[in-house]
Ligand binder design. Structure first.
Ligand code: M6R
Length: 612
């Protein structure tokens, strides 16, 4: 999705803005631009369609782009094609005020019409351009950018994170947010604006997360935080706990690969300090509910999108199985439009890696509006979902840059497993189960490592399916959502059409697709329904389907029906997803890489989907 960077200080803004935009590339974009106020106190705008590197190459000499105040943007098209005129920054007609905008101005057509009747000419098809003209309109009378921005935003319906500069006041940036994240970074006699900490973390770890309805006026040596109604706000400075190395690829070709290989550590971080060996249970401090309150819960709703939704499905299976509490999993994008029922004693969880997904945030607010207590499971400290939830748990996966979520998924599943055990131990689960679970969970990081060590073999299997046009992923029980996740990974980054199915459901339709060209990737682990899934796979075999199995180490029999087998170490049933998903992530990665695709920035996708 769109990204914003801004700089004001004593250094040259241009390289800082370009570097910041590169750090935001992972979010997905189709054009980019910067606006700076140069030495002659004149506003200059440079834009390019495509990658940041194209923008960088198109810039004139450093002397011409030198300026100490600037704003920059990566655009992910919503209104208007991804072309030069629609790229940000947008300016007023006199090219004095420049604006970058994330979000959507819902009433932009009405505003545009009004401005056009006043004689304003528009040069793009975007909703964002109205902001530049509106701000200029109010600035004519106010002669104060902060007040002009406030007046303009009063007329706006929709969501925004914006940064604005005006050549008439070259030492100032005004930024504001409603529904779209924005951060002020505080450096040494310099300030940064960003929609994501990744853009500025190499310069400063001291940040202020703007809340919805807040704005900041940043001058060279000071800043003032207010509401959009101009009420003073007390600044709360936070320290970002990421290391710069978290947002660098290191020796890996892609962030996704790095993040897949980080999973032994990220899973351990998700359970570290959360195991109570003495009482053979787990703890999640952020839940902030007493045992009595937790025991009273009759129902749990889990709301999420995409990969987080798949984690939620695993959570459903685990919580129902281990804690005997009924769970309902909801698509966040559907939730508020379908009049959901939240009975008394229901606990609502929203899961979001980014903590900024617009659909999930809207669902959180809807559940709260209906009187529910909502807990957030997020990876991003200070994110909107983390701040607006009534309590919550961080998954501590570290920065996830690859658009295709991998380590966040296993960390989400880890935390959901802990939750299931906590609730289960309050009910029927025995201390023996609790102790056995903890012992096995502690082995998981090392077992993930064992699967990662098999990378070469998985790459060879990827070679055999890389030219396929379709793929079917099968699993049963707790491994069915893993099959969904495997299929999502493949389609996201390799553009091969893939579907996940419960293995036994296949005969009710998808079996029609099976032929000698169709790879069927099946999770067939040694558990209570092993024989059942083998029967399902025999149905595939009988129709000449190509079967690739994810099987339990030592299962020799499975070779009889499989074209290839990827073995994973044995573990207890509840922990299967933490292992079975790893080879599916690796397979998707290698297929996409072998097809020569950009694994980290797949077409049309954005890392954090901040529009509805
Ligand atoms: O940040 P979130 O977990 O809320 O994101 C939800 C989805 O947009 C996300 O999981 C998406 O499906 C990923 N691209 C999956 O790899």
């Amino acid at each position: 999705m769109c990204g914003i960077v801004g700089y004001i200080g004593s250094r040259n803004a241009t390289p800082i803005l370009i570097e910041g935009l590169k750090r935001l590339e992972y979010r997905g974009y189709d054009s980019a631009g910067i606006a700076i106020i140069n030495k002659k106190k004149s506003l200059k705008i440079f834009k390019e369609v495509g990658k940041i590197i194209e923008l960088e190459r198109s810039l004139p000499t450093p002397a011409e782009t030198f300026g100490k105040t600037g704003i920059a943007h990566t655009r992910w098209a919503t209104h208007g094609e991804p072309n030069l005129k629609n790229a940000h920054p947008h300016a007023d007609e006199n090219k004095k005020i420049a604006v970058v905008h994330n979000g959507i101005i819902e009433n932009y057509k009405k505003l545009r019409k009004k401005l056009e009747t006043k004689g304003y000419n528009f040069s793009s098809d975007t909703d964002s351009e109205v902001l530049a003209h509106l701000i200029e309109y109010f600035n004519r009378t106010e002669k104060n950018l902060t007040l002009a921005v406030q007046k303009a935003l009063k007329l706006v319906e929709g969501t925004f994170g914006i940064a604005v500069i005006n050549e008439e006041n070259p030492n100032q940036i005004v930024a504001a947010r409603k529904g779209s994240p924005l951060i002020l970074g505080i450096g040494n006699n310099e300030f940064f604006i960003a929609s994501d900490v990744a853009a500025i973390i190499i310069h400063t770890k001291k940040v202020i997360y703007l809340q919805d309805g807040e704005m900041v006026t940043v001058d060279k040596d000071k800043f003032e935080l207010t509401t959009l109604e101009n009420q003073a706000v007390k600044a709360k400075i936070s320290e970002v706990d990421w290391q710069v190395s978290a947002i660098e690829k290191g020796n890996y070709d892609y962030f996704m690969l790095k993040e897949i290989f980080e999973q032994p550590i990220s899973v351990e971080n998700a359970f570290r300090g959360r195991l109570n060996e003495k009482l053979s249970t787990c703890r999640l401090g952020g839940l902030s509910m007493s045992g009595e309150e937790l025991r009273k819960i009759k129902k749990i709703q889990i709301i999420a999108c995409g990969t987080s939704w798949h984690a939620a499905l695993i959570g459903e299976y685990l919580i129902e199985n281990l804690a005997r509490v009924s769970v309902e999993v909801e698509y966040a994008s559907e939730y508020r439009y379908r009049n959901p029922i939240i009975p008394a004693d229901t606990l609502v969880f929203v899961i979001s890696q980014s903590g900024e997904t617009a659909d999930t945030l809207a669902a959180l607010r809807e559940a709260q509006a209906r009187g529910a207590k909502v807990f957030g499971l997020t990876n991003t400290i200070g994110s909107t979902i983390a701040r607006e939830s009534d309590g919550g748990v961080y998954i501590h996966a570290g920065a996830e840059i690859g658009v295709a979520s991998t380590k966040a998924f296993t960390s989400q599943v880890t935390v959901l497993t802990l939750l299931a055990v906590i609730l289960g131990r309050m009910k029927d689960l025995s201390p023996t189960f609790g102790a056995g679970f903890i012992k096995e969970l502690k082995q998981i990081p090392q077992k993930i490592q064992q699967i990662l060590d098999n990378d070469e073999k998985i790459k060879q299997i990827a070679e055999t399916i890389k030219d396929s046009t379709n793929a079917l992923y099968l699993g049963r029980g707790i491994n069915y959502p893993v099959a969904l996740e495997g299929a999502l990974k493949l389609k996201e980054i390799s553009y091969i059409h893939a579907e996940g199915y419960p293995a036994a459901e296949m005969k009710h339709g998808p079996i029609a697709l099976i032929d000698e060209n169709m790879p069927v990737i099946a999770i067939a682990l040694k558990d209570a329904i092993y024989d059942k899934i083998i029967s399902n796979l025999n149905e595939v075999k009988a129709r000449n389907g190509r079967i690739i199995t994810i099987a339990t180490e030592g299962d020799e029999k499975i070779k009889e029906i499989s074209e290839s087998v990827i073995y994973i170490p044995e573990t207890i049933h509840s922990l299967h997803p933490l292992l079975s998903v790893i080879p599916l992530q690796m397979l998707a990665y290698h297929v996409a890489n072998l097809r020569g695709l950009d694994v980290d920035q797949p077409r049309n996708l954005a890392k954090s989907v901040t529009v509805e």
